[in-house]
Design a protein around this ligand. Structure first.
Ligand SMILES: [Fe+2]
Ligand SMILES: [Fe+2]
Length: 242
């Protein structure tokens, strides 16, 4: 198992590990700063590989924050391995996630972030947005790095297969194809369409990110507001139905 490292924005590194059992890339994002931040811990079984990848950028023991969107194994399965390896590290997620899941699961206290709260890591300001049920999960949230205008978008823009680290090509089309295919399989209905789904997408678009740091597939550089509005339309078309 190898994890490849690519800088996709200034001091924002994409760590990508191939998961052959699912046919997807599992991507983490390391923000190099005074208080290093990692978005997604990836699976527990990937920990040795992803820790070695972090070590190419900075000392893994320096990691301070372990952010994620929602409680799933690819998002935070290796949380306790990271907490053991980095003595000052703590999870950072939604208040719901901290109270409902991590208060029992994590070996140390977590930081529950309110909607709109900013996590300052030094030069970077990471704004937390509570996004219940987007992409899925009551506890879901996303981080936006205001310093580099990078949105850590978790499972939004999911693209299966082996993809280039960063693209300026269309990512909405591949994400649409993946939703259509996904709805035919055993993992269908992963994203519920709720009364606040569209408003959540519009709120993300209003941030006007310049980079989308996606958990599965290529990150995207370009007009992210447009991509988010287009994906909102795709989701409305495909998922807002019985
Ligand atoms: Fe997920
Ligand atoms: Fe995921």
């Amino acid at each position: 198992m190898t994890t490849t490292v690519t800088e996709i924005a200034a001091d924002v590194f994409r760590l990508s590990t191939w998961a052959p059992e699912y046919g997807i890339q599992v991507n983490q994002f390391l923000v190099r700063d005074d208080e290093p931040f990692i978005m997604h811990t990836a699976f527990k079984r990937m920990f040795p590989s992803t820790r070695d990848a972090v070590a190419k950028v900075l000392d893994p023991a320096r990691v301070r924050w372990l952010g994620f969107s929602h409680f799933e194994s690819d998002e935070c399965g290796a949380l306790n391995e990271w907490l053991a390896a980095a003595p000052r590290a703590a999870a950072a997620c939604s208040v719901v996630g901290a109270m409902v899941n991590l208060s029992d699961f994590a070996i140390r206290e977590s930081r529950g972030l309110a909607d709109g709260e900013v996590l300052e890591t030094g030069r970077h300001r990471l704004r937390f947005l509570a996004t219940p049920h987007v992409p899925h999960g009551w506890d879901a949230g996303l981080f936006f790095d205001e310093t580099t205008r990078t949105l850590f978008s978790s499972d939004l823009f999911f693209q299966p297969g082996e993809r280039e680290p960063l693209t300026t090509a269309d990512v909405v089309g591949p994400a649409r194809d993946a939703i259509v295919e996904g709805q035919k399989g055993p993992l269908a209905n992963d994203m519920p369409y709720t009364p606040y789904t569209d408003a959540t997408f519009q709120r993300l678009a209003a941030l006007a990110p310049t980079t989308l740091a996606t958990m599965h597939g290529s990150s995207f550089s370009g007009d992210c507001a447009r991509a988010l509005r287009d994906l909102a339309g795709v989701v409305r078309e495909l998922l807002n139905r019985p």
